[in-house]
Design a protein around this ligand. Structure first.
Ligand code: 5GP
Length: 139
């Protein structure tokens, strides 16, 4: 569970530029935007990382994320964007309350820069790993 700046925003103790709210979800502008319209979509549930999030909160975010993305697109005029979601400090998470970034990518490249260094998928290892993950799935 988290007690973070986002909990204070949900409680109304710290202001934000709100763009959407329902019983389970809040969305507001990022205070340090990578591009105009950079929006954070968060559950009201104080889970630190996605793996700790309830099915209800996850479903509520999934239901509105495309609608919020469409609204950001309409308001900013952009047609491309990244959705970024960080879990853990090594994975670039700074605020330990689940949040999805919607980051518009402008025509001149302003937005999220992505470092991407792909490896290769070894077939034997992939089969083993896929089975391990499938077996670890909790209903
Ligand atoms: P993370 O690196 O954890 O995925 O991103 C956290 C984000 O929260 C950052 O983009 C940062 O700018 C944003 N942020 C941190 N504090 C505040 C705040 O008080 N208000 C708003 N609106 N955004 C915040």
């Amino acid at each position: 569970m988290s007690d973070t700046i986002f909990s204070k925003i949900i409680a109304g103790e710290i202001p934000c530029h709100k763009v959407y709210e329902d019983d389970l979800v809040l969305a507001f502008l990022d205070i340090f935007p990578l591009s105009p319209g950079h929006t954070l979509v968060i559950p009201k549930e104080p889970a630190a990382t996605v793996d700790a999030l309830s099915d209800d909160s996850a479903a509520a975010i999934g239901r509105v994320l495309p609608r919020i993305a469409r609204a950001v697109m309409a308001a900013t005029g952009i047609d491309q964007y990244n959705i970024l979601q960080n879990n853990g400090p090594r994975a670039h998470q700074a605020v330990f309350h689940v949040h999805f970034h919607i980051i518009p990518k402008t025509e001149d490249g302003v937005g999220l820069g992505v470092g991407w260094n792909p490896g290769s998928l070894e077939q034997d290892q992939a089969a083993t790993l896929a089975k391990q993950i499938a077996d670890a799935m909790v209903p």
